[in-house]
Ligand binder design. Sequence first.
Ligand code: PA5
Length: 462
Amino acid sequence: MIKLNYNNVDARIIGEDNGLNLEEEFENYKETIMNIIADLNQRKDKPGQWLQWMNLGYNEETVWYVKEFASMVEGRFDNILVLGIGGSALGGIAVTEALLKPYWNLLSKEQRNGMPRIFFLDNIDPDCIGGLLGMLDLKRTLVNVITKSGSTAETMSQYMIVKDLLEKELGDDYRKNIVATTDKQTGILRQLADQEGYKTFVVPDDVGGRFSVFSAVGLVPFALVGIDIDELMHGIKDMDLALKNTDIKENIAAQNALIHYLMDIKKGKNLSVMMPYSSRLKYISDWYVQLWAESLGKEYNNNGEMVNIGPTPIKAVGVTDQHSQIQLYNEGPNNKVITFIRVENFDTTLEIPKIFEYTGIGYLGGKTINDLINAEADSTRVALSDYSRPTVTITIPKINEYNLARLLYMLEIQTAIAGELYNINAFNQPGVEQAKNYTYALMGRSGYEDSASQIRSKMAAV
Ligand code: PA5
C-alpha cells in the first residue's frame, strides 16, 4: 500500500486559519472529483488530449521490444550515456537514482552484476560535457539520444558533438553505438536516425515530456542497466486501477490534488515543497518540480481568461534540508504545503555502535540510522504542525520498481486532477516553447530570422 496521511492539513490540528475542514471539503467536491476522474478516463484514448501516458502501463509491445534490445546489446557496453533534457531526462535520472544501488557508477562491474554505468547529460555546461566525454571510453559507450521534438538545441548539439567523436573513433561502425528515442514520424532526429540507420524507439503520440518516464524514454535506459521494467509496468497498472476509483474518499491522488488546490485558492498557500526522507528519492523532487510547474503554471484557463495561475514547486530532501530550509518553513511565511515521502523499510539497517557512552552522543549508541531518520521525519512533521504549517505524508513500504512506479504514477494523476480543478490545460507548455524558439532564433536557425532581429533589439534595450 502507498498511504497518504493528511491529518496535518486538517483545521482540527493546525487551526481554522491555516487548515481545511477536510471531511466537509471532500463532501463538497465529491461530484466534481467524480466527474474529473471519469472524464480523464474517457478522454485518455482520444487523439489530441495528451493523455496517452495513462495507457503506458498496458503497452506490452514496447516493453517486449525494449527487453529484446537490452538483451541483444547486453555485455557490449560499459557505459550508457543518455542525452536529453527536461522531460526527456528527469524521469530517467529520478528512477535510476532510486532503483540502482547507491553510487552505481563507482561500483565494480561485478558489483553492478555486469551491467553498465549510466550517465545523463541534461545540461550544456561545456566543462561538464568536456569532462565526461574526456573520461568515457566511447567505444564501450551506448549513446541514447532522447528528444520528442527531435530538434531541442541542447540535446541536438550534444548529439552532434558525440556523433562526431564516435565516428572519429569507430569509423562506420559508430552507428551501433547510438540508439535514438524520438517521434515516430516527425522531427530532425527521426529524419537523421532513419538516414543514418540507428536503432530507434518511439516517444508515443500524445505523451508530453514530463509524462513520458514510462514510455521508451525511460524504459530503454532502465532496461539497459538491469531495472525490472515488468515490475514498473505492474506497479503502474495496479495504481491505475486504484486511481480509477471516482470516490474521493478512496482515491489518494484526488485527495492530494484537492488539498493542494484548496490550500492555494482558500488559504493562499501556493508553494508546494516535495521532501522525500531518502537520498535515493532525491531526484523524485526534481522530476516532481517539472511535472507540477510545467503542468500547472499557466497564463490562460480553459475559458481563455488570463489567470496567471500555478503553485510553485520546491525541491527538498530529508533530513539534509532540515538544516537548510526548515527554519524558513517553520517560522517564515505560512504559504506552503509540504509533502513528505517516507520509506517504511530501507534495504539496509545500519546500527550505531555503542561507543562514547560517557559523552553527550552516547544516547545514539545501540540505535540504528533507520531509527534516526524516522525520528527526524516525525519530529519535523510535529514541529511544523506546532507552527500551524500544513504537511501531507506519502508512505511507501520500500524502494523497489513496483512501489516507485506506483508513486510516480500517483503523482502524475494528482497533477492531471489538479489541472482540471484549476480549469487549465495541464498538458501543454507554451512558456517552454517560447524560450526554445528564442534560442533557435538567436542561434541562427532558418525560419526564425524575424524573431531573431526582434529579440536582438529587445536585448539591446535592456
Ligand atoms: O515536458 C516537456 O515537454 C519539456 O520539458 C521537454 O521534455 C523538454 O523541453 C525536452 O523536449 P524534447 O524531448 O522535445 O527535446
